[in-house]
Design a protein around this ligand. Structure first.
Ligand SMILES: Nc1ncnc2c1ncn2[C@@H]1O[C@H](COP(=O)(O)OP(=O)(O)O)[C@@H](O)[C@H]1O
Ligand SMILES: [Mg+2]
Length: 299
């Protein structure tokens, strides 16, 4: 069964259209990143999926049921954008409290604390926790009851790279166990290797929805090639390749994806004077910009 299905979903606040005709499905075990600028409609979409706010039109199915239904709620985990905790409680007390609300045994809460790396800090008060530790409690809370669908709203904002890495490790385990994961973000680079699919929301519209490699191919953005040469030859190499000298020993070129192999052939054909070559594909930022502008929308 499809974990999540949105069909032509629209959300209006008065005259303002916050989510415009979005269709999107997520299968069990799939990790989908919902990318979008502030105000793109990410949180609104999640709130509709959770049944916290009604749709203006369209249809949402959560594990075959209506959003907010008993069946949907039972199997959905949610990490809100701004998690509020009782600072006076310890991590363990807080998570056991959430567990009780979900009729999950306290033992499961304790295990989850270990799993998100909070074991050693479980008996300290939450007000002494760092932002990263609070996010871990939030994540543990979202994982109570082994959800089949996890909605994580900007889960990594404010986390340092190590915490982010740990976070994606848990997301990976989740998906390996069959949970469908939808996570939103406005920070881009971290997602490159951590999700199966990228959905880009721009001003409420879904302007892209595919895996990274396909998005790259379809965007046809230029690739940068950076060539390192011996100091004496940098001018000559720049001239022969038609590139731009960047400093005393590097030349930068751009090419289309289908020209890459022949360009690399020309570079290595220059022989000894070439010391190194780096091929730099379009970054997620560049892709994001591409798909968010009208050029991408018309595709
Ligand atoms: N309750 C509301 N009333 C009016 N406008 C809203 C409401 N909730 C969200 N919006 C508007 O909808 C747009 C999308 O908001 P949101 O979903 O929070 O974006 P994101 O999570 O991508 O930053 C914003 O322009 C926001 O101001
Ligand atoms: Mg938001």
């Amino acid at each position: 069964m499809t974990a999540l299905k949105l069909e032509h979903v629209v959300k209006r606040f008065g005259e303002f259209v916050s989510v415009q005709d979005v269709s999107l499905s997520i299968e069990p075990g799939e990790r989908v990143a919902l990318l979008g600028h502030n105000g793109a409609g990410k949180t609104t979409m999640m709130r509709m999926i959770l049944g916290l706010t009604p749709l203006s039109s369209g249809r949402i199915e959560v594990l075959g049921s209506a959003p907010g239904s008993r069946q949907a709620r039972r199997h959905t985990g949610f990490l809100p954008e701004n998690v509020a905790f009782h600072g006076a409680l310890t991590g363990r007390e807080q998570l056991r409290h959430f567990a009780r609300l979900k009729s999950v045994p306290a033992r499961v809460a304790d295990d989850l604390l270990e799993r998100v790396g909070l074991g050693p800090a479980a008996d300290r008060r939450i007000r002494t926790y760092s932002k990263g530790m609070r996010q871990r409690i939030g994540l543990a809370q979202a994982l109570l009851g082994q959800p089949k669908l996890a909605l994580l709203d900007e889960p990594t904002s404010g986390l340092d790279p190590v915490s982010r890495h740990d976070f994606y490790e848990i997301v990976h385990e989740l998906s390996a166990a069959g949970t469908a994961v939808l996570l939103s973000s406005h920070a881009l680079t971290e997602l490159e290797t951590s999700t199966d699919r990228i959905a880009i929301l721009s001003r409420g519209r879904l302007v892209a929805n595919d895996d990274l490699a396909s998005l790259r191919r379809a965007a046809h953005l230029p690739i940068r090639v950076s060539v390192t040469t011996t100091d004496e030859n940098v001018e000559e190499v720049a001239a022969r390749l038609g590139g731009q000298r960047i400093n005393g020993h590097s030349v930068e070129l751009t090419c289309q994806p289908d020209e890459k192999v022949s360009l690399l052939g020309r570079i290595t054909g220059l022989g000894e004077v070439i010391k190194d070559v780096d091929v730099i594909p379009a970054s997620l930022e560049e892709l994001y910009r591409y798909y968010s502008t009208s050029a991408g929308e018309k595709k």
